[in-house]
Design a binder for this molecule. Structure first.
Ligand SMILES: Cc1cc2nc3c(=O)[nH]c(=O)nc-3n(C[C@H](O)[C@H](O)[C@H](O)COP(=O)(O)OP(=O)(O)OC[C@H]3O[C@@H](n4cnc5c(N)ncnc54)[C@H](O)[C@@H]3O)c2cc1C
Length: 401
């Protein structure tokens, strides 16, 4: 089989890149290893800058027609006191909030817009395996669908296969870690009609263990952050100890922690940020977490993946319609993304090293870093966290080609 672009991985990076290439007349095959988009929890926060970009792609109305939730403020709660250190309502955008939408529904919705396009081939349950090389150039990829081996020749292969990217390992990209490891336990707790008071407390709660609470329409998605090897320790201590930690952070959850009655209901991830030095080889590009692994801090990874995809499409469409993709086009994509990625990874790495990990190792109740107490009261400074978390550090625009 032959195609113009073979995208490996149907996360936010791969799906948005596929959308923009296909809508601009490029022939695309998208390989996704899983049988559907309902993969392990990978976050569901779409910030205002991404929503503006999705609006420009004609996708925002459809996203708002899916079950979703919006939050204008994100607070940190400690000892019953809440500080809203992020307030999107003062930002200069039509979307003055963060949108929480189930990632599986979001990805499926984008894919649904491509189902009638003859230049698009979606291959679910298909793994991208070994890259095909000719004279130092990537010319395609071997695939495996339900045990059946095949191959796809392509003018360009794009690795969008996430944090453990096989493509990254295959092409020997130099990878550097940018943060130390933390461990995250993800699970759901039911949301009740009487929960209005928790509504703004999407952020950390008090206690020894930081708890991220994200509201979904019928449940809370909870992230419990523990130090490296903390998951193993919690498992040894048992579920009751885990329940206690949750209640210590959020006493209001005492009436429902017992729904967490099996470790199978808890997804576990060891998380460290990092990035490759060079995002490309001749005939091959990495974007999204494959190029730069994002940690959950700030809930921004999906958003950087979407921006990568749009910048990549802006460069690739004219090249593919013209004389073909050369390494200079790929280098230009990385050049536009390098700075914002470095900045956000440095913020994530520092927050993890200086605030989260020392706090976790103390095993004492978390306290606010003093600047977080001051920040919301200083007019010049108070909008900076919302501006940079919601708007990012770059001026990505959708170019209509
Ligand atoms: C616990 C956790 C919570 C997070 N929470 C948030 C959040 O709230 N908000 C946020 O913005 N970011 C969050 N992030 C970060 C975010 O998940 C990532 O930055 C983002 O998903 C990157 O998108 P991607 O498309 O590059 O990769 P992914 O979303 O990881 O998608 C990669 C895809 O490739 C597929 N794949 C892998 N290998 C192959 C192969 N060989 N062949 C074919 N397909 C393959 C996978 O099945 C997957 O579908 C979180 C991350 C973690 C770990």
């Amino acid at each position: 089989m032959k195609t113009q672009v073979c995208i490996v991985g149907g996360g936010p990076a791969g799906v948005i890149l596929a959308y923009q290439l296909v809508k601009n007349g490029i022939e695309v095959s998208l390989l996704e290893a899983q049988k559907d988009f309902d993969r392990n929890f990978r976050g569901d926060t779409i910030h205002f800058k991404s929503m503006e970009l999705l609006h420009d792609l004609g996708l925002s109305d459809g996203i708002f027609s899916l079950p979703h939730h919006t939050m204008a403020q994100l607070g940190v709660e400690f000892d019953g006191e809440t500080i809203n250190f992020i307030d999107f309502s003062r930002q200069n955008t039509r979307f003055k909030f963060v949108t929480l939408v189930d990632q599986a529904l979001f990805l499926q919705h984008v894919i649904d817009q491509l189902k009638d396009e003859s230049n698009f081939k979606l291959m679910m349950q298909t793994q991208g395996r070994d890259l095909m090389w000719e004279d130092g150039k990537v010319v395609g990829i071997h695939t495996r669908t339900a045990g059946v081996e095949d191959m796809i020749r392509a003018d360009l292969v794009v690795g969008c296969d996430g944090r453990n990217s096989r493509i990254r390992k295959q092409a020997d990209f130099e990878f550097t870690e940018t943060s130390n490891k933390i461990e995250v336990l993800w699970f759901r707790l039911p949301r009740k009609a009487s929960d209005a008071t928790i509504q703004l407390a999407g952020g950390f709660a008090g206690g020894r263990t930081p708890i991220v609470i994200l509201e979904r329409h019928d449940h809370f998605q909870i992230g419990l952050i523990v130090p490296e090897k903390g998951y193993r320790q919690l498992r040894n201590e048992g579920l009751e100890q885990l329940h206690e930690r949750i209640i210590e952070g959020v006493p209001a959850f005492a009436d429902r922690v017992d729904t967490l009655d099996d470790w199978n209901k808890i997804a576990f991830l060891s998380v460290a940020g990092g990035r490759v030095k060079q995002w490309w080889r001749d005939g091959l590009l990495l974007i999204g977490d494959a190029a730069h692994v994002m940690t959950p801090l700030g809930g921004v990874g999906i958003n950087y993946a979407i921006e990568d995809a749009i910048v990549a499409a802006n460069e690739l469409v004219p090249a593919l319609k013209g004389n073909g993709v050369e390494t200079r086009h790929l280098a230009k994509i990385q050049a536009q993304r390098d700075r914002p990625i470095r900045i956000i990874q440095s913020i994530q790495g520092n927050a993890q090293r200086r605030i989260i990990t020392p706090g976790l190792l103390n095993d004492e109740p978390f306290s606010f870093p003093p600047f977080m107490r001051i920040l919301p009261n200083v007019p010049v400074l108070r909008d900076l966290p919302s501006k940079f978390i919601g708007g990012g550090f770059s001026r990505v625009r959708v170019k209509t080609v």
